[in-house]
Design a protein around this ligand. Sequence first.
Ligand SMILES: CC(C)(COP(=O)(O)OP(=O)(O)OC[C@H]1O[C@@H](n2cnc3c(N)ncnc32)[C@H](O)[C@@H]1OP(=O)(O)O)[C@@H](O)C(=O)NCCC(=O)NCCS
Length: 171
Amino acid sequence: MSKIDLTKLHIEKLSDDNLSLTEDFDCRDLDLNEFLKEDALDHQKEHIAVTYLCFYEENLVGYFTWLTDAIEIRGRDKRVFRKIGMTYRTYPAIKIGRLAIDKRYRKQGIGSYLLKTVISNVLKYSEDIGCRYITVDAYPMVKDFYGRMNFKIYSQRKNVVFMYLDIEEYL
Ligand SMILES: CC(C)(COP(=O)(O)OP(=O)(O)OC[C@H]1O[C@@H](n2cnc3c(N)ncnc32)[C@H](O)[C@@H]1OP(=O)(O)O)[C@@H](O)C(=O)NCCC(=O)NCCS
């Protein structure tokens, strides 16, 4: 497939009207596919997490889900954060709950486009409501994807890497 024109991407909030367009979405991850098709709209209606769809022309190519979060500074990290003047126990954050690109549209810059969309919106909203970090619980195999955008590793377990981005890096 030839590279797509990123200026033709557009983003729409998930709704009753566009839910049917998620039917063919396949990012090769069952959990991420099923969440979009079966749970995302309910989560949205219950004010738990909000999902945005990304279209290329009429095709659904990716989505992200976000929600509020807080980073808790624990144990040894307290000393590290205190050194840079961060003395509170928790800091406000926005969490990327889910982010996925359809398998037919990978490696064409769409994932980066969605990540940049999240970052620029958080920067904008943080002017009106306190929010210092963006967090993500990433699969180990995609930690470099987030690392490229300056996300740092907070901690990790076997199947998940807890990562955060200090939005001051983008100011
Ligand atoms: C991870 C994912 C979102 C990347 O989307 P994408 O549209 O393919 O990413 P991009 O084309 O913007 O890639 C940007 C860069 O990151 C790199 N990259 C992409 N996927 C990567 C991965 N899995 N691991 C490491 N680097 C990756 C690309 O090679 C590219 O680098 P380049 O510009 O030097 O070529 C996509 O592969 C995906 O949906 N994966 C399955 C779902 C998933 O794991 N989501 C994350 C849940 S935490």
